[in-house]
Design a binder for this molecule. Structure first.
Ligand SMILES: *Cc1c(COP(=O)(O)O)cnc(C)c1O
Length: 365
């Protein structure tokens, strides 16, 4: 892999991303698959991801904030972008008017604000039990709801990643409300909801996590390909004497004279310190254990089994989302969204992406 500067890079496997979108489409064959692309595609990068989701067949995209519309609209018509937080204030309505992106209306106040500003196509969120955003079920018969031009009527599952009786409760409450509100299409399932089965799919499913390599339910295990790999150069090889400490606070003491490598990758890139204990990087098919504390911009690895690794060589870290969540105690969502903003995102195709086992999985898809 050619070195493009001495900094870490986030490699995005476009084939794996497209394969994950198609997996969602296969699992929900009766539904359209919208893509949650909020938070810069969960940290992987809108510019690196959205074009490949479009190529796979995605037509509808979800962001959280109005500020996120512009980036996504560089790749798709704004009318195909829904903004989950809806019009919270007049400035939001102005962005909606200027861009043509669609608000998800979450309250009667938002419905009034939208209607008074002239209305137009919108989505409507009904809260069936997560108590986050959305109208309460007893509010859906309010006259202002009748004035909305509702494209997608949606609700959001609170426990789809668990085997909870609340899933079926939310599903039946939502489907019972469908006839009370005029709308074109109905939507309930996120990634985990797709795995709950056909009664959750309705007209539109809205996966995010699974597109980017997350595996929120066991039914998805083995069907979702890892998408991201971190690649970072070895900036220095150094000899450490037995007993010397490595890194801040000397938490690793060399058990013998040994070679370590300093890699240009740190917690500012999203490799939070909690990765340190269990983590390893790959070099030419070999696993190099991290040693000592992860610093902001660098970390150390044991080079004992890589005597041929030279300064400037690239080391990789397959970004296996469920494994990283398991190892660090972070949620799979956090493993993705804490990836550092300063790393350039570079799209690669298929197995050229990694040296690790995640690359092998991606290549099989
Ligand atoms: C983020 C989000 C999604 C996507 O959820 P995942 O669990 O990432 O698949 C879908 N719908 C709504 C309303 C969301 O906020």
């Amino acid at each position: 892999m050619p070195l493009e500067g001495g900094h870490p890079t986030l490699l995005i496997d476009a084939q794996a991303l497209a394969a994950n979108w198609r997996t969602m489409a296969r699992m929900a064959p009766s539904a359209e698959v919208a893509a949650a692309v909020k938070a810069d595609c969960y940290g992987l990068g809108v510019d690196a991801c959205v074009p490949h989701l479009v190529a796979a067949g995605a037509r509808h995209f979800l962001v959280a904030h109005w500020l996120e519309v512009e980036d996504v609209a560089r790749h798709v018509p704004p009318a195909r972008i829904s903004v989950l937080h809806g019009p919270v204030c007049a400035a939001d309505v102005a962005i909606a008017r200027r861009t043509g992106a669609r608000p998800v209306i979450n309250s009667l106040a938002q419905a009034q604000r939208w209607v008074q500003a002239g209305g137009g196509p919108c989505d409507l969120m009904i809260d069936t039990g997560i108590n986050r955003l959305g109208l309460r079920p007893d509010e859906v018969r309010d006259p202002v709801v009748g004035q909305l031009d509702i494209e997608v009527l949606m609700s959001h599952l609170a426990c789809a990643d668990e085997d909870s009786p609340r899933n079926a409760q939310q599903q039946s409450l939502f489907t019972a409300l469908l006839s009370a509100v005029a709308h074109r299409r109905a939507s309930l399932a996120n990634s985990a909801g797709v795995a709950l089965g056909a009664s959750y799919h309705l007209d539109v499913v809205r996966p995010g996590l699974a597109l980017y390599g997350g595996v929120p339910r066991r039914e998805l295990a083995g069907r979702i390909a890892p998408v991201a790999t971190l690649a970072a150069p070895l900036v220095q090889r150094r000899r450490v004497r037995q007993g010397e400490g490595v890194g801040y606070n000397g938490t690793f003491a060399a058990p013998r004279d040994m070679d370590i490598g300093i890699v240009s990758l740190g917690y500012a890139d999203g490799l939070l310190r909690v990765w340190g204990g269990s983590g390893a990087l790959h070099f030419d098919g070999r696993e190099l254990a991290m040693v000592g504390r992860i610093s902001m911009d660098m970390l150390a690895v044991d080079l004992t089994c890589a005597p041929d690794a030279r300064e400037g060589d690239l080391l990789t870290l397959a970004h296996d989302v469920p494994a990283a969540a398991h190892a660090t105690g972070l949620s799979q969502y956090e493993v993705l969204t804490t990836l550092g903003r300063r790393m350039p995102r570079r799209t690669v195709r298929g197995s050229g992406c990694t040296a690790g086992p995640a690359g092998a999985n991606a290549a099989q898809q």
